[in-house]
Design a protein around this ligand. Structure first.
Ligand SMILES: Cc1cc2nc3c(=O)[nH]c(=O)nc-3n(C[C@H](O)[C@H](O)[C@H](O)COP(=O)(O)OP(=O)(O)OC[C@H]3O[C@@H](n4cnc5c(N)ncnc54)[C@H](O)[C@@H]3O)c2cc1C
Length: 323
């Protein structure tokens, strides 16, 4: 039978942002509920080595880190729900969310931490070699390819930024683009073309990622010329797919302000959306940094602001009753 779950803080999403919000919310007596969605633990559960999350001298594993975060959130009193939200109603005094299970969730405050998924090419070998030479995040994984030849696929700002970032680790960076010009901003293009470590390959689309490299990892990319149809291979141990991200905000269309790419808009420097009592944190509102630590940081901010919002609201209501 369908149940209605009530809480002072409803959190949608169980990545670093949602779980950090839960830890802070639970410790502030908000008795949070986290609805986990289709990817419990979020994006770090699909990676292996994580070397940049503070507090760990040795390389740790993404899935392990997220298990620990969840255990910590539960330990301080968070209720975790195996459910996915299919619709929300943010128009009332309480915020309601319909779960795929049939259950309904009702929050006095709402924290949105639904993340943004990297777009992939969807070609053979990509999924199999993900984490073994194929990545969608140079900031996360570039360090693992230091001194090696790497390639970046894409033609927008993200691709150019990733290529420029990778020159910190590699002297041989190739940007592969399927057209003969880039979409990236002119200033970024100028920096790219002037960089001695970066080479651009035009009019080539990636047909497949080829394994058989060191330790069964990536060895090369098979390319097809988009003008002549000619096939070729480019050898590399590290390929970065940089064709954009898709924020998981479909649920909030028409109810919350978002930018043209679908990222939730917040008051600058805060996690406050344009609906009082609704907060957004992590990758769903951040198209710039997109890291576990920044997601966790904004998750903390969202919980603190949610607690303050509710305290002020409850104080105002009790003052009204007394008057
Ligand atoms: C392959 C890979 C490697 C990475 N490596 C690193 C690294 O080494 N270091 C680093 O700092 N960062 C790394 N990142 C980036 C990092 O994972 C993200 O920045 C971080 O996970 C963002 O956290 P988040 O909580 O905002 O969102 P996510 O981790 O994306 O979590 C989103 C959550 O929302 C849930 N959700 C979505 N829609 C719904 C819905 N309708 N109902 C309920 N729940 C929903 C999902 O199930 C998920 O739990 C990596 C990313 C990838 C893809």
């Amino acid at each position: 039978m369908a149940t209605t779950h009530k809480t002072r803080m409803l959190i949608i999403g169980s990545g670093p942002a949602g779980l950090s919000a839960a830890i802070y919310g639970a410790r502030a007596g908000m008795e949070p509920i986290v609805v986990q969605g289709l990817q419990p633990g979020g994006q770090l559960t699909i990676t292996t080595d994580v070397e940049n999350y503070p507090g760990f001298r040795e390389v740790i594993q993404g899935p392990w880190l997220m298990q620990e975060m969840q255990a910590q959130a539960e330990h301080v009193g968070t209720r975790m729900m195996w459910d996915t939200i299919t619709s929300v109603d943010l128009s009332g005094d309480k915020f309601t969310a319909q779960g795929d299970s049939g259950d309904v969730y009702e929050g006095d405050t709402l924290v949105i931490a639904t993340g943004a998924q990297a777009r992939w090419l969807g070609v053979p070998g990509e999924q199999e070699l993900s984490g073994k030479g194929v990545s969608a995040c140079a900031t996360c994984d570039g360090f693992f390819y230091r001194g090696k030849k790497v390639v970046v696929i894409g033609g927008g700002n993200t691709a150019v930024e990733e290529a420029l970032y990778l020159t910190n680790h590699s002297d041989d960076v190739t940007l592969i683009h399927r057209r003969d010009s880039l979409r990236a901003e002119k200033i970024l293009q100028d920096r790219l073309f002037a960089h001695p470590k970066i080479n651009v390959v035009w009019n080539k689309r990636v047909d497949s990622f080829l394994g058989g490299g060191e330790g069964g990892g990536l060895r090369a990319l098979k390319l097809i010329d988009t003008v002549t149809g000619e096939e070729s291979e480019i050898e590399t141990e590290g390929a970065f797919v940089a064709i954009g991200h898709a924020p998981a905000t479909e649920l909030f269309k028409g109810q919350l302000a978002m930018d043209e790419s679908g990222y939730l808009l917040v008051e600058p420097g805060t996690p406050k959306t344009d609906v009082p009592g609704v907060f957004a944190c992590g990758d769903v509102m951040d198209h710039v940094y997109r890291q576990a630590i920044t997601a966790a940081g904004t998750g903390c901010m969202a919980a603190l602001d949610a607690e303050r919002f509710l305290a002020e609201k409850e104080f105002a209501e009790s003052a009204k009753v007394e008057a």
